[in-house]
Design a protein around this ligand. Structure first.
Ligand SMILES: Cc1ncc(COP(=O)(O)O)c(C=O)c1O
Length: 366
């Protein structure tokens, strides 16, 4: 593929093209760094949204302590780019992954998560045999009912067992308040987050009362960070999608203070009816599951539906002169599920192409 030369404008790009506004993304990064500094906690932004080592390097340069990853494969590409403080916020199971984790540990300082000794034993053994040790957190289920030990005694028992395991360096607890992001009433949202993160912090306190050090208490996503970051006892938050922001966070999670930094440039490829236009961007280009994409470059145009490779637009009379070949700028409804569909980000400053970032973690599902 021929990549566009630097200093191209968004209108010069072949489409569909996923674009980042650098000024806005950097402002979002600064906002998150400042929000964490104010609370005297660390920021370890989740990289599952951007999957790009180039962005991870930028985040660390701006003040993040490292990144959170969803998969061993994502952590591997981050480590290869020199980002070494990596929380893999997921359970790692299977001989192949354990072997890769040992290799990763030789190059980087990852943290893994366990909610059962059956995950921890093979990792500990492999690390110990290699003369290594790996930091480990317990994932605590603070109400989301996904993975995780129950708070309190079951978590304390697992912590005590992990602290004894050769090859494992027990490092603390993590929990994700993903079940609370969409609570509409801010008072209720704050209260529920305080209660559920409170169980995480209490678990850490009970673990410590058994003379087991618990330096890390990690939680927090973009949809909740405004409340989570100020909860007493936590040491870091994982909010990552904040760097791009989107309509899902704004409309459904009521996130404020962040700017929309991600756009998609599309081309009108058909005008089959006066009130209908078709663009070259469907479900394989943008995700519409959580929130529909929105046209921001023109008035009077609504995204009516997405099929695999076509986007159907409904036109008001004011947009009736839209023509085949016209370029449109859209905002993805949910950045996370949209970025993963693309090979690269085109990063612009003042409409001038400054950088191209491959999503090297894309497809690294193992
Ligand atoms: C473990 C974990 N941490 C944090 C997040 C929040 O990610 P983001 O801030 O990108 O919405 C998620 C979202 O799924 C998650 O699963």
């Amino acid at each position: 593929m021929n990549l566009p030369p630097l200093r191209s404008t968004p209108q010069d790009l072949d489409t569909p093209a996923l674009c980042v506004d650098l000024d806005r993304m950097e402002a979002n990064i600064d906002h998150m760094v400042a929000a964490c500094r104010q609370q005297k906690i660390d920021w370890r932004p989740h990289s599952k949204c951007h999957k790009s080592p180039a962005i991870a390097q930028k985040l660390v340069a701006a003040g993040a302590i490292g990144v959170t990853c969803a998969k061993v494969g994502e952590a591997e590409v981050m480590a290869a780019a020199g980002v070494t403080d990596l929380l893999i916020a997921n359970q790692i199971v299977g001989a192949q992954k354990v072997a890769r984790l040992v290799e990763l540990r030789r190059k980087a300082d990852p943290i893994v998560c366990f909610d059962h000794l059956d995950q921890a034993r093979p990792v500990g053994e492999a690390m110990h045999d290699a003369g290594l040790a790996i930091r480990a957190l317990i994932e605590v289920d603070i109400g989301m009912q996904r993975a995780g030990t129950q708070p309190g005694e079951p978590s304390v028992q697992l912590a005590a067992a992990l602290a004894q395991l050769p090859g494992i360096q027990f490092a603390g607890v993590m929990g994700y308040e993903g079940h609370l992001l969409r609570i509409v009433d801010p008072v209720e949202k704050e209260e529920r987050i305080r209660t559920d993160i409170g169980t995480l912090v209490k678990t850490k306190e009970v673990v410590e009362s058994h003379n087991i050090e618990c330096p890390i208490v990690s939680c927090g996503g973009t949809g909740s960070y405004a409340y989570s970051a100020s909860q007493p006892g936590i040491t870091e938050i994982q909010a990552g999608g904040a760097i791009f922001m989107d309509d899902y966070y704004r409309n459904q999670c009521n996130v404020e203070g962040l700017d929309f930094a991600l756009t998609l440039v599309a081309t009108v490829v058909s005008r089959p009816a006066p009130d209908r236009a078709i663009i070259d961007s469907g479900r394989k280009t943008m995700n519409a599951e959580l929130e529909m994409p929105r046209v921001i470059s023109h008035n009077g145009i609504q995204v009516q539906g997405l099929s695999a490779e076509h986007g159907t637009l409904q036109l008001e009379p004011e947009a009736a002169d839209l023509a085949i070949g016209d370029r449109l700028v859209l905002m993805p409804g949910y950045s996370d599920f949209t970025c993963v569909l693309h090979d690269r980000f085109f990063a612009f400053r003042d409409h001038s192409l400054e950088e191209i970032w491959p999503l090297e973690g894309r497809g690294r599902l193992q």
